[in-house]
Design a protein around this ligand. Structure first.
Ligand code: DGJ
Length: 732
């Protein structure tokens, strides 16, 4: 990683300043124009001199547009002659629906720190010249990751209430070019994170979730490159992701004048926030970054950022320095026992799992209330006495004696109508009067916007974690919101529930982590339905998909890896799923699941002795390679979407070892041969590939390539590449 002299500089006058935010390789520049508006000026590679960036001129002038010029406003409000997508839309108490945000003042904190790392920040204050509304735009620079964090805070400094109908976190302007390609991630249950790409037409496009949670249908991540000119290894890529786990929206606009802007934040659909005098509203953070070396670097910058600045830090001795703790290998019997979990069958499974070297045994759904299927019991968080007559203690002790930690499944935001909780508190769910309460998976969503519901969730979770020796919580969330009514809401605050639910969730999770710092959490939402940077500070890992078909997972994890670190990706080795009915070898299933945090969810009693031995060897191998896989640099060598051979590579941060995974879909007309060009090695160092002789230079492995040959259908291979001891040591 290059030296990262981060800076926030300003030039120009106090009335018309210009700010230059720089990271290791990137500059982001904006300033105040002659009319008092903030104009975006530049986002791209660092240039030589301050004057190289230009100044805060509007983009150009044209008839039927602002006489002052067509703006690339840094944070546009819907007012006067601004027809572009706004970040702010508000109505004042006198009915005026026209917000004007003009520059007021700024502050720079050049000495901001995150741990020991420098993180300078800038706050720019904008004001409506007539009404007492102030918007403060916050910028924090993450130097070594070429990333800027942006957010906005609205302050009502007037004596009247203001109704906020849209408040986005940021607008990102990419440099005017001939055209752009947009990449996004779309999906469905069991088919998350499928990469979408399209040339951006003139016009507007909206990508969003209206489901109450992040959602599988779209992920709050984007990347843009000029007309499809970038690939994995080269080209300019502008990217961003929003840290929010509720309704979110991106509005992408390309004007006929050549401006391309992506703005986004909390979804304004069915949203309204009442800002009373003296109140403030803080948006989620929107992270944006720049890569001058293609999509591969763009992803690695995001991965580094998440590992160093977003994921929870290691709480015990197993973490290394700044990194999150290594994720343990876990076992979960959900696909085997379903809701029928008992002390006996879980202990049996645990004994078998321990033989494989599993480190964490997780009991999934079905351990509580009258939860024998998905129709009853959700919300009644007491241990089912028929399944566990002496509570969870004998199971936990048994599992601990086998040398494993203990994890437990919960779904705290939900309730089955057939539960004691719902019978006692039918008003605790989102609902409208005179409308049916639509059930999905026989359940309704608890209104976590309510403080009493937050207190209930915090209370039972705190009790569960205080009374039982639990190391890990799988926090599930299995349906979107519907009938989003909150009949008891304070007047004028009914539509705030979309944001208040998320804040309630973060509050509860934050408090649980504070009270139980040794417990690790997983965010699960019927698979990868709630994976985003908003929930990431509260969870160590994500359940990527309910689809554990190892071939399908290559596609899902490729998309996931565009935006999220594999250190947090949990996938299991399971038996064949009914979904595709595809039967894959044990090796293929392990290799696919080993490209992140590893879990096992198969019926281990169906595995022969030979398969158990093979699996144990994979687990052992995985543990040895885990620091490279979870904390190293990740390279997408070949995409399953474009090649019959999918290939992924991990390189340890200190450069001493690399792991390559190969997956051949099917060989036709004989073996599939490839000369695979590796990445991320030291050109002048020599390497051993799977202990072979002679040594091969990094330059040869990356330029000439590594010869591989695979034969058969759905075959896989793992290759271990180790730097020879006497090779030059990688510079920091
Ligand atoms: C959905 C999750 O994705 C599954 O892994 C499992 O935990 C079930 N919920 C349990 O109801």
């Amino acid at each position: 990683m290059p030296d990262a002299p981060a800076a926030i500089e300003h030039s120009g006058s106090q009335e018309k300043p210009l700010w230059i935010l720089t990271t290791a390789r990137m500059a982001y520049v904006f300033g105040v124009d002659a009319h008092g508006y903030l104009q975006h000026i530049y986002w791209g590679p660092k240039l030589l001199a301050t004057t190289d960036y230009g100044d805060a001129q509007p983009f150009g002038s044209w008839g039927h547009e602002r006489p002052a010029g067509i703006s690339a406003e840094e944070f546009p409000a819907w007012g006067d002659l601004n027809f572009n997508e706004p970040c702010l839309k508000a109505t004042y108490s006198d009915g005026v629906r026209n917000a004007l945000l003009q520059y007021d003042s700024f502050e720079i904190d050049a000495n901001g720190l995150d741990g020991e790392q420098a993180r300078p920040s800038l706050a720019v204050h904008l004001r409506d010249p007539h009404y007492g509304l102030r918007a403060t735009l916050h910028y924090r620079v993450v130097p070594e990751c070429d990333i800027i964090e942006r957010s906005a805070v609205l302050h009502n400094e007037s004596d009247e209430s203001i109704r906020v109908e849209r408040i986005f976190s940021a607008a990102w302007h990419v440099p005017p070019r001939d055209g752009y390609r947009l990449k996004t991630l779309a999906g469905k249950w069991s088919g998350e994170f499928q990469v979408q790409e399209a040339i951006v037409p003139v016009g507007k496009q909206r990508i969003e979730s209206r489901r109450g949670l992040t959602g599988f249908n779209a992920s709050p991540w984007f990347a843009l490159d000029a007309n499809g000119s970038a690939d994995e290894q080269q080209g300019e890529v502008w990217f961003g992701t929003l840290a929010h786990s509720g309704n979110w929206a991106f509005a992408l606009e390309r004007t006929i004048h050549g401006q391309v802007t992506l703005s986004g934040g909390v979804n304004d659909f069915d949203f309204e926030w009442l800002l009373k005098p003296g109140e403030r509203f803080e948006t989620p953070t929107f992270v944006g970054g720049y890569s001058g070396a293609g999509y591969g670097r763009a992803s690695r910058l995001l991965h580094d950022y998440q590992r160093q600045h977003v994921l929870p830090r290691a709480q015990n001795g197993s973490g290394n320095g700044d990194a999150p703790a290594l994720r343990p290998v876990l076992y979960n019997s959900w696909y085997v026992t379903g809701f029928d979990v008992t002390l006996e069958n879980q202990m049996r499974a645990a004994r078998r799992a321990a033989e494989l070297g599993v480190e964490l045994f997780v009991v999934d759904d079905g351990w509580f209330g009258r939860r024998n299927d998905d129709r009853a019991g959700l919300g009644d968080w007491h241990v089912n006495p028929e399944k566990f007559p002496r509570g969870l203690a004998p199971l936990i002790e048994g599992i601990n004696e086998l040398g494993m930690g203990f994890g437990l499944w919960v779904e705290p935001e939900m309730v089955n109508p057939d539960s004691d909780l719902y019978r006692a508190h039918p008003d605790w769910v989102y609902h409208f009067p005179n409308r049916p309460r639509s059930e999905l998976r026989s359940q309704l969503v608890l209104n976590l916007a309510r403080e009493d519901v937050q207190a209930f969730v915090l209370g039972f979770m705190d009790e569960l974690l205080s009374e039982n020796k639990i190391d890990f919580i799988k926090w599930d969330m299995n349906r979107p919101f519907s009938e989003p009514g909150w009949p008891d809401a304070p007047s004028g605050r009914e539509r705030e529930l979309w944001v208040r639910h998320v804040r309630g969730l973060y509050r509860v999770l934050g408090e649980l982590r504070r009270r139980h710092p040794a417990v690790a959490f997983e965010s699960c939402a019927s698979g990868g339905g709630r994976i985003d940077l908003g929930i990431m500070p509260f969870v160590e890992q994500f359940w990527m998909s309910d689809n554990t078909d190892a071939f399908d997972d290559l596609f899902i994890q490729e998309g996931y890896s565009m935006a999220f670190t594999l250190a947090a990706k949990m996938a299991w080795v399971t038996d064949p799923l009914a979904l595709n009915g595809r039967v894959l070898s044990l090796a293929y299933r392990f290799h696919s699941a080993m490209t992140g945090a590893l879990g096992i969810g198969a019926n281990l009693f169906h595995w022969t002795d030979a398969e158990m031995a093979e699996a144990a060897a994979f687990v052992e191998r995985y543990k040895a390679l885990r620091p490279t896989i979870q904390l190293g640099d990740f390279y997408r060598l070949r995409s399953p979407r474009h090649s019959p051979l999918a290939a992924q590579q991990f390189v340890h941060k200190d450069g001493h070892e690399s792991v390559v995974f190969l997956f051949l879909h099917a060989s036709t007309f004989g073996p599939y041969r490839a000369r695979l060009q590796l990445q991320g090695l030291e050109p002048d160092a020599f390497y051993r590939v799977d202990n072979s002789e002679p040594l091969i230079s990094g330059r040869a492995l990356m330029r000439r390539g590594l010869d591989v040959a695979l034969k058969g259908d759905f075959v896989s291979q793992m290759m271990h590449i180790v730097r020879a001891d006497d090779s030059p040591i990688a510079p920091d």
